[in-house]
Ligand binder design. Sequence first.
Ligand code: ADP
Ligand code: ADP
Length: 222
Amino acid sequence: MRLILLGPPGAGKGTLAGRLTDCLSVPHLSSGDILRAQVRQGSDLGPALQKYMESGQLVPDDLIVKVMISRVTQPDCAAGFILDGFPRTLPQAQALNDQLTEVQAPIDMVIYLDAGEQVIISRLAGRRVCPLCDANYHIETMPPATSGKCDRDGTDLQARPDDAPQVIRTRLQEYSRLTEPLLEYYGTAGRFARLDGNKDIEEVFGQAQEVLTKTFGCVDEL
Ligand code: ADP
Ligand code: ADP
């Protein structure tokens, strides 16, 4: 099962991917998590990546394409993957398509998680993440068991620097300018489903299960 999750920042792509990875038994590949890990590990490209990310701009296509193509060709992706945050531009989608066509392993489905601007802003404003394991929380809709601490490892949770209001504005502009054209690219290409990402987490997961079951049969058997 090779799945792409599309949608604006804060729509809930990472949260849904976290649920689907368990029931589909394929890895969740978050381009944002992969880039943040490179920054944390002090890679040569780290300072440049950090500058783009903290300003809310997309990192250059050639760079992210290299990183993500090398990730989807790892052995743990042989049975499939869930892409969250990649591709985000037409050249990225074309590069991914070229690679997958070459290995005869096309994308099976694109799920578009739609959400309104007010929902997005309150989701990002309340998002808290664990700097150690990347676990994702929300102060109201998905709070940790102990306020401010990661359920998995007890680390102090943080707001992401790019979830600051002025950076959110830039990210939303980048989304409409560069990522929204992908809706047409994938919408006319085949298996494509739009989910209402404004709904609560259980409902969004239910919608995803429904479209996957309708398209591929029982999700648990995939
Ligand atoms: P969100 O889904 O909340 O917008 P991500 O964690 O996916 O955030 O991405 C954070 C940042 O990482 C983006 O604003 C951008 O700078 C960079 N990034 C992630 N994925 C890509 C991509 N496919 N292309 C370019 N930049 C990306
Ligand atoms: P994205 O990966 O699209 O940027 P996330 O999955 O990180 O979005 O979700 C953004 C924030 O909203 C997180 O704090 C998450 O806990 C919360 N969240 C995600 N999905 C929902 C939902 N359906 N209802 C309410 N809160 C949600």
